[in-house]
Every structure is written in structure tokens, then in C-alpha cells.
Design a protein around this ligand. Sequence first.
Ligand SMILES: Nc1nc2c(ncn2[C@@H]2O[C@H](COP(=O)(O)OP(=O)(O)O)[C@@H](O)[C@H]2O)c(=O)[nH]1
Ligand SMILES: [Mg+2]
Length: 224
Amino acid sequence: MYNEEEVAIKLGIVGNQAVGKTSLILRVAEKKFCGNQNCGVALDFRSIRNYKLNGKLVNLNIFDVAGHARNSDLALSFIKGASALILAFSLKDQEYYENQGDQQTEKLELQIQHWTDKIIENSCENIPVLIVGCQLDLVQDQERLIPALDEKLQEILKSCKKLNIINNTEKNMIFFPTSALTGQGVDKLFQIWTLEAAKTQQFRGSTLKTKSHLKKQNQKDQCC
Ligand SMILES: Nc1nc2c(ncn2[C@@H]2O[C@H](COP(=O)(O)OP(=O)(O)O)[C@@H](O)[C@H]2O)c(=O)[nH]1
Ligand SMILES: [Mg+2]
């Protein structure tokens, strides 16, 4: 049991505005879909207490970098200390772009390229990154879109050797499709995300940092 010294796991999520990042976090924090979330702040912080990971209770500290803060150094600097990151994009948007003709690859490529560059600039080397497709329930033709996107993402990320991308091994894909509305794919994603983060923290510090320890650090958690 972790009653005496609670474990705090530090996570970060990035991606364009309105792709569904905050809704994904709130699905787990509030155990429901929370509707319209666009609040306009550059960085949102959420703490999820008593999250069950491998039979143990841990606390999740999640930095949610708003899409419009895509170039805000202040917001991006907060991902520096994260132990595992999610790069989120909208599956609904990808289906829309695809229906517009051949611009889909470019749109996806530009988004992924922007955020992978930011991650490389602002995070620790070798940080685990999970690529997450949100708003799955809004996709009309999932059977066609999901494998097509997987193939495109494999191609886009092939050249990005600096990133430690965590594959969706259960589905044999490079990304994790999710819906904050139905909850599909969300619990599994959080388990893998937090497990990867816990592994990183163990690797960095030999032991996971406790919350009391973190407080003493005077909020200056530089990792590199
Ligand atoms: N149907 C559906 N709508 C979603 C889902 N996730 C987010 N949304 C909606 O998409 C919009 C943007 O979501 P939000 O979480 O604020 O995106 P963020 O800017 O990336 O944090 C909001 O209106 C949400 O209600 C989802 O999985 N399904
Ligand atoms: Mg948000």
C-alpha cells in the first residue's frame, strides 16, 4: 500500500487546439464526458488522485498544453519535467481532410511535425511519447480510416528517430484511437501512459519520487 508516501507521476499532453486533449483527461479525472472544454488558458494542470496502477494507488499530475499555446515557451517549458507525453490529434478532423481530397497527409504531417519538433526541443531525451487519435466516435468509417492513418503515421514518423514512440502493441498500430465520449480506448491508454511514465521516473531517479519529496524541490524539477 502507498498510504504513507504517495507516488506522484508527472505526465504531459500536447496537440492542436480542440482535438480533444482536455476531454480525454477529464474522462478519467471525472469518470465522464465533460462536453465543451475550451477554456482559453495556455496551460492547464490536473491532478488525479488515487489512480490504480498495477494494483497500487498513485497520483497523476497532468500538464495539458493548450493548442493555441503551440509556440508559448512558458507553456511548453512545463513539459520538460514530464515522464511520458501524449501527442494528440483529432480523428474526426483527419476524416474531414481526407474527404477534401489529397490534403490529408499534409495536414497530419504538419501537425505531427510541429509537435514532434516541440517535444524534441522541450523535453528530456528518450521520453516515451504516445500518439493518440481522439474523437473516435465522430468518425464515420472507422474500418477504412484507422488502418489508412496508421500507415500514414508510420511513414511520417519513420524519419523521427529521436523520439521514443510507444506503439499500440495490442492493436499492432503506431497510435491509440480513443473517444472521450464513449470511453473507448481511454483506460488502456492511461494504463500504458502512466506505466511508461513510472518506468521513466524509476530510471531517472532509481526510485519514484514521493509527493513530500517533490514539495521540497521548490517546484524546480529540471530533468535534463
Ligand atoms: N463527440 C466527441 N466530442 C469530443 C470528444 N473529445 C472532445 N470532444 C469535443 O471536442 C471539442 C474540443 O475538445 P477539448 O477537449 O476542449 O479539446 P482540446 O482543446 O484539445 O483540449 C469540445 O467541444 C469537446 O466536447 C470525443 O471523444 N467525442
Ligand atoms: Mg484543452
